[in-house]
Design a binder for this molecule. Sequence first.
Ligand code: T4K
Length: 370
Amino acid sequence: MPEQPIFLTRPYLPPLEEFLPYLEEIWASRRLTNGGPFHQQFEEALRQYLGVPQVCLFANGTLALMTALQALRITGEVITTPYTFAATTHALLWNGIKPVFVDIRRDTCNLDEELVEAAITPRTTAILPVHCYGNPCASLRLQQIADSYGLKLIYDAAHAFGVSVDRHSLLEQGDLAMLSFHATKVFNTFEGGAIICHDAKLKQRIDYLKNFGFADEVTVVAPGINGKMSEFQAALGLLQLKHIDQAIAARMRIDRRYRDALASVAGVRCLVAADGVKPNGGYFPILIGSEYPLSRDQLYDRFRSRNIHVRRYFHPLISDLPMYRGIASAAPANLPVATSIAKQILCLPIYPDLDHKVVDRISEIVCSPY
Ligand code: T4K
């Protein structure tokens, strides 16, 4: 009998019977979308849970990011990281914006703030960093740079649900932050996303933009898109909020178990959260260095041969994809750290109900390369 596959992640779902009353309400009301009651309740509950001023819900994170760029009227060039999921950079391209890639830091895998200034040109209008794996970017410095050059700062916080620094949500940082509630994320509504913003006026603009630009039945104030979250997603989100603290705690127990098991393996490095950071256990990335007896890809193959679906997030680099590699800043010589990390990275399975015995089996595979 082949072994059951172990996936990188399994979406957390609450007990089905807890969701049925929500479904009955939707079925009875026939209110399915366009800012219905669950949408309103979830938006407010999420705002309070995250401790942020304003939340705008979306059908998914990519639409949220595309709309965030529209909302702030970003044009020209945007400085961003090559070490991310394709959606970050595609959102720029879909808005006719040129991405300018800047290298990342070895410790956090985030945009290297000290390299940003040198990439600013007269066409630069914004910086788009990613809190990769939920690791906080150097936001104080990034904000300082944005302020002194008059640039907007938009965070791709797709991985950062519930992460705080010194008890402040990461999502308060910058002009806007985008979240993803995709099935594979710490907090999921099957598909879903949000923009976090600071004031009601901007929220109003974003809410118009995600509804085709409609301000009322006959007034269209902007060329908007359909980015609306449905009542099904919003109802699930409301219920998921009741379980999220336990789900994150379960992830963090697995995170600690991996760290303990892998602490003394030569050539294997785990990323470490800085002081004051409350992480969310969304990913468990390890870096396979040259002292390790196997290459990253040999270790990857070893896992796959045992039906364990580890992933190489984020290889290949976005800057190596065909639609970006012609951009001058995409040259590997401009991105030495990202280029080397993309060759070393391996994300191990992590999700709330991953059996600790399986965690130990996965650790054992890393610990015994011979
Ligand atoms: N910015 C960043 C930095 C992001 O990482 C993402 C999304 C976005 C923006 C865009 O947000 P969204 O528009 O997605 O809201 C996955 C996700 O599709 C994607 O949301 C995510 N990032 C990215 C990092 O990962 P794939 O193609 O690698 O996922 P897939 O289908 O191979 O699934 C990964 C694992 O999860 C597998 O082991 C199977 C398991 N799985 C997956 C799904 C979808 C399940 O068990 N059940 C499921 O329903 O992209």
